[in-house]
Design a protein around this ligand. Structure first.
Ligand code: PAF
Length: 289
């Protein structure tokens, strides 16, 4: 499939691989933005970053079934390919790889990546197969689209660590760049799942970013007790009608192990349910944000 203005949309691994290799043979640095589609400004910020760093930008759009548990939202996950392509075309993306499921998981495929240690906690504890699916599909995408650099968002902080470790441990020849979380003006972190929220739920969801900002301000004001930070954040969430907190953790930025005392660079992570929608967000505590 070839779009008139130069965006090439391909469905097969062979075509995708050929397009990336041919750009590299022309001396272009290739940037890859892996996505599951339903693109929002967060994804588009990664695309813009790739466009400014690289001579050729590829975006993958694939709702990866293996990172969803059977009870999760695979079937309902928003699929908006035409709108996504229009957005990417406007940004001047060179290649979109939008494979069918059978292309990424050929019949009979049984090989998976065993994810690194950092996958065991937080999301990994609540969604036991999730990072196995993420690591597997990301490695497959790196094989199919052998880019020089790949871009991921900080909102999925644990995912970025899983990918960095996987790349290092499995010697994948690609650089990883993590870009800042993009937020609405009122603080809500952009997520493809925000479309599930009713107006009232969206209002309640603001307590997530509000509690993270509160942690940041308390840290600047000198609070160091992780237990106290979490207590105050939990009060903010509960007062806003978000009692279903999957986790609220203050962790070391590299190991994701809980710390008792907050210090510069520790990460505060939240996963909470707003109605039927599970949202995650995080912030890195800094004396000078
Ligand atoms: O962050 C996502 O959208 C997905 O987990 C990813 C990295 C595209 C893998 O399916």
């Amino acid at each position: 499939m070839n779009a008139p203005n130069g965006l090439q949309v391909v469905r097969s691994c062979v075509e995708a691989h050929t397009a990336v290799r041919s750009a590299q043979r022309q001396g272009l640095r290739v940037g890859l933005v892996p996505t599951m589609g339903a693109l929002h400004e967060g994804h588009l910020s990664l695309v813009r970053r790739s466009r400014s760093d690289c001579g050729f930008t590829a975006v993958s759009i694939f709702v990866n079934p293996t990172q969803f548990a059977p009870h999760e939202d695979l079937a309902a996950y928003p699929r908006t390919l035409e709108q996504d392509l229009a957005k990417l075309r406007r940004l001047g993306v060179d290649l979109v790889f939008a494979p069918a499921s059978g292309e990424m998981y050929p019949p009979g495929s049984t090989t998976f990546v065993d994810p690194p240690q950092v996958a065991a906690t937080l999301e990994g504890e609540r969604r036991p197969e999730h990072f196995r699916g993420v690591a597997t599909i990301v490695l497959k995408l790196f094989q199919v689209l052998p880019a020089d650099i790949a871009y991921f968002g900080h909102k999925d902080y644990q995912q970025t660590l899983v990918i960095r470790h996987m790349v290092q441990d499995l010697l994948a020849p690609i650089e990883i760049e993590v870009c800042p979380t993009v937020r609405e003006a009122d603080g809500l972190a952009l997520s493809s799942r925000n479309v599930y929220l009713s107006a009232a739920e969206r209002q309640r969801a603001l307590a997530i970013s509000r509690s993270l900002r509160h942690a940041q301000q308390s840290f600047i004001a000198g609070m160091r007790s992780a237990a106290e930070l979490k207590h105050q954040m939990r009060s903010i969430l509960e007062a806003a009608g978000l009692p279903e907190i999957d986790y609220l953790a203050v962790v070391d930025a590299h190991t994701l192990q809980e710390v008792a005392q907050a210090q510069e660079g520790v990460v505060v992570l939240i996963a909470a349910r707003v109605g039927a929608t599970r949202l995650i967000d995080n912030t890195v505590l800094r004396q000078q944000p």
